[in-house]
Design a protein around this ligand. Structure first.
Ligand SMILES: Cc1cc2nc3c(=O)[nH]c(=O)nc-3n(C[C@H](O)[C@H](O)[C@H](O)COP(=O)(O)OP(=O)(O)OC[C@H]3O[C@@H](n4cnc5c(N)ncnc54)[C@H](O)[C@@H]3O)c2cc1C
Length: 370
C-alpha cells in the first residue's frame, strides 16, 4: 500500500491538510483513536478571536476568516461562524496593559472599540465595580468546530484520501526516497511523512529518527456553569487582559469558563482537575456578581506549543521527506483554513494560494529552531 503522502493525526490539522491535498496526490491519513477529533480538536472553546495567539498568529486567523464565514459552495454550508463579539477587560489602574495590548496589533489593525463602564454594562451585566475598561472586538465569532472538522473529513473522503482509524504509527523507517511505516492497522509506505500528531508531535518525530522541536503541552480546563439567574445568550467572549480567565455564553442560560490554566503535561488523554475548576470559579467570583448554582460539564485538553509559541509548517531541514504540521497552540481551529493552504502549497511545491498570499509562511518554518 503505497501513498504519495502519509499524514499522522486526523485532528483539525491533519484533516484540513488532507482535504487540501487530496485532489492532486494519493494520501493516507492515520489516526490512533477509533475516530478523528477525540483530542484537542474535540475539546476547544470554539471561538474565532482575531487577537488570540498574538500579532504573529493574527495573519493566519485573519486569512482563515473568509473560508470559515463563507465556505466553499461544494460543502453546502452557509457559514461555520456565528456572531459572538469579544471584550478584553481590565481593572481601574490597568489601562496601560490594555493600551499595550492594543498597540501590539497596531500594524495590522483589528476592529477595536473602546468601552467605558457604561459600555461594559451593556454587554456584560453584573460586572463588579473595579472592572472599568474594555477593548471590544465585534468580529469575534463562535465556530462550529465539529462542522468544520467533518467538512474537511468529507472533502478528504471525496478526494479519495484513505483514512485509517485505530492506526497509531508505531515506527517510521527512511528507505530510499520514502518511508516504510508500521501502524496498529497494518504496514504502508509513503514518499512524504507529515507530522500532524498534535500533542504527540515530538514523539512521532522521534519515531521517525527526526530531532524533536521541543513542543510543550499545556492542559487547559473549561467548565460549564449555571447561576442564580439566566445569563444573556449574547454574552461576549470576555477575557482578562492579564490572562487569568475567559468566559462566554454557552448558547443557553449559562457560560463556558476557563481559568486560562497552562499546566505542563505529557501527551495524554487530558482530564480536568478539581483544583482548576475551583480556581476558575473563584476567579469568576471576583469579576461578576452571579452566584454559581451548578457545574453542568467540565473538560480539559492539551494545547501544543513550539518554543516561540508559533505553529510549525514545513519540511524538516535535516531529514528529507519529513514535514512538520504541528504546534497549533490555542488557535488551531481558527487558523486551520490558512494553515492547510500553506501546508498544501509547501508540500506540492506550488505558489501560495490567494487566501494566504499576504501571510509570511517563512515565519512558521521549522528551520527557525536550528
Ligand atoms: C480547552 C481548549 C480550548 C481551545 N479553544 C480553542 C478555540 O477557541 N479556538 C481555536 O482556534 N483553538 C482552540 N484550541 C486549540 C485547538 O483545539 C488546537 O489547536 C487544535 O485542535 C489542534 O489540532 P491538531 O489536529 O493539531 O491536534 P489534535 O486534535 O489533538 O489531533 C492530533 C491527532 O493525532 C493523533 N495521533 C497522535 N499520535 C499518533 C500516532 N502515533 N499515530 C496516529 N495518530 C496519532 C491523535 O490521536 C489526535 O487525534 C483549544 C484547545 C483546548 C485544549
Amino acid at each position: 500500500m503505497h501513498f504519495d503522502i502519509a499524514i499522522v493525526g486526523a485532528g483539525m490539522a491533519g484533516a484540513s491538510l488532507a482535504a487540501e491535498l487530496g485532489t492532486d496526490m494519493s494520501i493516507l491519513l492515520l489516526e490512533a483513536e477509533s475516530q478523528p477529533g477525540y483530542h484537542a480538536t474535540g475539546r476547544s472553546a470554539a471561538f474565532w478571536h482575531e487577537t488570540y495567539g498574538g500579532p504573529d498568529v493574527q495573519p493566519l486567523s485573519k486569512a482563515s476568516l473568509a473560508w470559515l464565514s463563507n465556505p466553499p459552495a461544494e460543502l453546502g454550508v452557509d457559514s461555520f461562524l456565528a456572531p459572538r463579539g469579544a471584550i478584553t477587560l481590565c481593572r481601574s489602574g490597568e489601562r496601560d496593559r490594555l493600551d499595550d495590548f492594543a498597540a501590539s496589533f497596531a500594524e495590522n489593525g483589528p476592529n477595536f472599540e473602546w468601552l467605558d463602564r457604561t459600555g461594559l454594562d451593556l454587554h456584560c451585566p453584573g460586572l463588579k465595580p473595579d472592572w472599568t475598561l474594555g477593548l471590544r472586538e465585534p468580529d469575534c465569532a463562535d465556530i462550529d468546530v465539529a462542522g468544520v472538522h467533518q467538512a474537511y473529513l468529507r472533502l478528504a473522503a471525496r478526494h479519495k484520501v484513505a483514512l485509517r482509524c485505530n492506526a497509531a504509527l508505531l515506527s517510521a523507517q527512511r528507505l530510499g526516497n520514502g518511508w516504510r511505516l508500521a501502524t496498529r492497522n497494518g504496514d504502508y509506505s509513503a514518499g512524504i511523512l507529515v507530522n500532524a500528531a498534535g500533542a504527540w508531535a515530538d514523539e512521532v518525530a522521534t519515531l521517525a529518527g527526526v530531532r524533536p522541536i521541543g513542543i510543550t503541552l499545556f492542559r487547559r480546563t473549561i467548565v460549564q456553569l449555571r447561576f442564580d439567574r439566566p445569563i444573556p445568550r449574547t454574552l461576549p467572549l470576555t477575557i482578562d487582559v492579564n490572562g487569568q480567565f475567559y468566559f462566554k455564553s454557552d448558547g443557553a442560560d449559562g457560560v463556558w469558563l476557563s481559568p486560562h490554566d497552562e499546566t505542563p503535561s505529557p501527551p495524554t488523554d487530558a482530564a480536568p482537575e478539581e483544583l482548576d475548576v475551583a480556581i476558575a470559579i473563584d476567579r469568576l467570583e471576583h469579576v461578576v456578581d452571579w452566584q454559581v448554582r451548578q457545574v453542568t460539564h467540565k473538560w480539559a485538553g492539551l494545547r501544543s506549543f513550539a518554543p516561540d509559541r508559533l505553529p510549525v509548517y514545513g519540511f524538516d531541514i535535516d531529514v528529507p521527506g519529513f514535514f512538520w504540521f504541528a504546534g497549533q497552540g490555542g488557535f488551531g481551529i481558527q487558523t486551520a483554513p490558512a494553515a492547510a493552504k500553506i501546508g498544501a502549497s509547501l508540500l506540492m511545491g506550488k505558489s501560495a494560494d490567494p487566501m494566504v498570499e499576504r501571510v509570511d509562511a517563512g515565519r512558521y518554518a521549522p528551520g527557525r529552531f536550528t
